[in-house]
Design a protein around this ligand. Sequence first.
Ligand code: SF4
Length: 233
Amino acid sequence: MAETEAAPGAQQFIPPQADTIDELRAAATGCRGCELYRDASQTVFGRGDESARVVLVGEQPGDMEDQKGLPFVGPAGRLLRKAVDDAGIDPQHIYLTNAVKHFRFELRGKRRIHQTPDRVHITACRPWLVAEFSRLRPDLVVVLGATAAKALLGPAFRVTRQRGELLPWPASAQRPEDFAGVPVDSAGKVADAPAAQLLATIHPSAVLRADDRDAAYAGLVQDLTVGARALAG
Ligand code: SF4
């Protein structure tokens, strides 16, 4: 397993004058906030409908995402879109991102094997997540798995214990003040974020790894359906 190095963090790479997700995405290509940029192919920033009512946050790009530069384009992403659809949420109108924007892996022969990001990577990359959220206005935030939960909700949150439970957003965030304002231009904060809700569930890759895939998939859809009902209500 590769050594984790001390990380300066992403904050210094985020242009304060960036008004849009596109500008953030462009800036993120040059991020050197932790050592993960060195071995990965490219930064994989969030994508999707920036006016979406639903924002889903995963762990990190996988092998295919790293090659294509797009989040959730591999098998787990396909499964997630189907689950979102089956839960009654339009997969065309979601925004998808990850807690960590570079692929962490170890080489075994020619194969690149996924490695879970460490706390230092999650902390280093969190400023990008905060910056993305400051340009988004979701009614529902979906946290996919433990890494995303650590990034948004802190280390004490347990997805296994609280999955499928609606929580207030951004009040339930670790440091809710990071997500409380919605600056819409470089002049800074101009409006408070409207109250929204958050829901944690498993990462779609956990479904792919499960012994009983059907049951794991049904559980994922069931959790997402709680969110879909909240949106409809
Ligand atoms: S993982 Fe995040 S903090 Fe680390 S280099 Fe990539 S974008 Fe920057």
